[in-house]
Design a protein around this ligand. Structure first.
Ligand SMILES: [Zn+2]
Length: 125
């Protein structure tokens, strides 16, 4: 009994995303946001300097691709992070409740599903 309660304690230190093996989805999201940021930075560079590197795509290309990449990354996170028990969209639940400055930390640190309180598969083992 003692070892079981200890392993539960250790497991509860892990976040909901770790418990449900969904942390990589946040990593993909961050990578896409970074890519979108680079594309938008290239757009700003292109607006200020349209003469050098004539083979490079124009600012319209960069603004369209940059904006769509950012949009896709938000939609990806919104719909992909789900609770395996009740199916609630965890990221969207956190995003709509938390201010913009803290929601990512809240999402990474949250211990249980905001919908049903499911805290990963630690209780099943
Ligand atoms: Zn749930």
């Amino acid at each position: 009994m003692r070892s079981a309660s200890r392993s539960m304690k250790e497991a509860s230190k892990k976040s909901f995303l770790d418990q449900t093996r969904q942390r990589w989805k946040v990593t993909v999201f961050l990578a896409l946001i970074l890519l979108g940021g680079v594309l938008l930075a290239l757009m700003i560079w292109r607006v200020n300097d349209s003469t050098s590197l004539p083979w490079a795509p124009g600012e319209v290309f960069f603004s369209l691709t940059g904006t769509s990449v950012v949009l896709i990354s938000v939609l990806w996170l919104w719909f992909s992070v789900r609770c395996p028990r009740c199916g609630v969209k965890v990221a969207s639940a956190v995003l709509t409740k938390e201010p913009v400055t803290t929601w990512l930390r809240r999402l990474l640190e949250c211990r249980e599903c905001p919908g049903c309180g499911f805290a990963g598969d630690q209780s099943r083992r």
